[in-house]
Design a protein around this ligand. Structure first.
Ligand SMILES: Cc1ncc(COP(=O)(O)O)c(C=O)c1O
Length: 397
């Protein structure tokens, strides 16, 4: 059922479409959904590679092989959510081990590290990984894992993956990159030296805001076998229907990411012209700190933009996020429809304010997930929302 073609010379979109095998049994061009819990065996222990669907499922296997191919890794594994993918990677560690993590980390990962794993004796040190020296300085003899996102959620910080990978190697640590924001259509952390890549496939990979899923890709089969053991032992696997939806979403990944990025670049440039806006965070802007690194390691700059206001007021930001028509107020990102959110009250509420402020997540920071609507309409939508706030400010002044 699975093909082993080598895709080195193929362009990304061709590679995606032709990494999804035609079903050998029936010729179905769309991967069949194997909605089964178990598989009949010819004799005890004699079967076709599938015995029980927590351990393995043919639909999930197509997705797992697909993501391994797209990330240029050896093995891929699909989980019930991005967080359960993160959880599986942390389970490679043992009590007493330490993690060095990016300070602007996704709030759910911070909550998992702090409220679940610290009580099992795993310590996490958060540093600004945009300067690789900070990573080297934070490593101790107990550090076993370096955890970065690039770009980060939500302030779009860029870290130099290749340099941090060298630091990890020199210190016998694993480097795990959360590649959710860039997606493999844009960035390949394993090619840059990372050992593990994780995804919230809920976002760009699936791409249609219609499922929750997580993926882990390893550079080596040895690491892959450890993740496979954890996946089966802990059991947070992705269901066949959701695996199929993720495959279906990935089919258009490159096309979507290209258009998301084109739209986002135009919107980021528009936001720069707005007098009530203080900072615009988008790696595609020449003024972005580490724009030059983003240019080196990403093919596209992505569809996420964050910005905050000159008057750092949660109420004013709330006014904007409640006034847009096409940008729907919701958590999550990476889908075809545009979303807007206020991280301090939504995605990043679990991070204490002092830590949040340090990583740039101010009270007025607004995150946009730029969708695939026509960009003129999206700009008009934001313009109207910003103007409504301006009129309110003029009225109350
Ligand atoms: C960068 C990043 N990593 C991981 C996750 C967690 O993924 P999930 O919501 O699929 O569990 C998210 C969710 O927003 C995220 O933004």
């Amino acid at each position: 059922m699975f093909n082993n073609l080598k895709f080195k010379k193929m362009q990304e979109q061709t590679k995606i479409l032709h990494s999804i095998p035609v079903d050998e049994l029936t010729g179905a061009i769309s991967t069949p959904i194997y909605q089964t819990s178990t598989f009949v065996q010819q004799a005890p222990g004699v079967h076709k590679g599938f015995d029980y669907a927590r351990s393995n499922n043919p639909t999930r296997k197509v997705l797992e092989d697909l993501i391994a191919t797209l990330e240029n890794g050896s093995n891929g594994y699909a989980f019930a959510s991005g967080l359960s993918a993160i959880d599986a990677v942390v389970k490679l560690l043992k009590s007493g081990d330490e993690i060095v993590a990016v300070d602007d980390i996704y709030g759910g990962a911070f909550r998992l590290f702090t409220h679940i794993y610290e009580k099992f004796g795993i310590k996490v040190t958060y540093v600004d990984t945009t300067n690789a020296d900070n990573v080297a300085d934070a490593i101790t003899s107990k550090t076993k894992l370096i955890w970065i996102e690039s770009p980060t959620n939500p302030t779009l910080k860029i870290s130099d993956i290749a340099t941090i990978a060298k630091i990890a190697k020199a210190n016998n640590c694993l480097l795990c990159v959360d590649n959710t924001f860039a997606s493999p259509a844009s960035q390949k952390p394993i090619d840059l030296g990372a050992d593990i890549v994780i995804h919230s496939a809920t976002k760009y990979l699936a791409g249609h805001s219609d499922l929750i899923a997580g993926l882990v890709v390893t550079k080596t089969t040895e690491l892959g076998e450890q993740i496979k053991f954890i996946q089966n032992a802990s059991g947070a696997i992705l269901a066949p229907l959701d695996s199929w939806l993720a495959i279906r979403g990935i089919e258009t990944l490159s096309l979507r990411v290209r258009q998301h990025s084109e739209n986002a670049q135009a919107i980021a440039e528009f936001l720069l012209t707005q007098d009530i806006v203080k900072n615009v965070y988008y790696p595609g802007l020449a003024g972005h700190h580490n724009h030059h690194i983003a240019k080196q390691q990403q093919k596209y700059f992505g569809g996420i933009i964050s910005f905050d206001l000159k008057i750092d007021d949660k109420e004013f930001a709330t006014h904007i996020v409640s006034s847009t028509k096409y940008f729907k107020l919701a958590e999550s990102l990476g889908g075809v429809k545009s979303l807007i959110c206020l991280p301090c009250e939504m995605t990043h509420k679990s991070i204490p304010a002092e830590i949040r402020y340090k990583s740039g997540v101010t009270d007025s920071l607004i995150r946009l997930s730029v969708g695939l609507e026509d960009v003129e309409d999206l700009i008009e939508d934001l313009k109207t929302a910003l103007n409504k706030l301006k009129s309110k400010l003029a009225f109350t002044a």
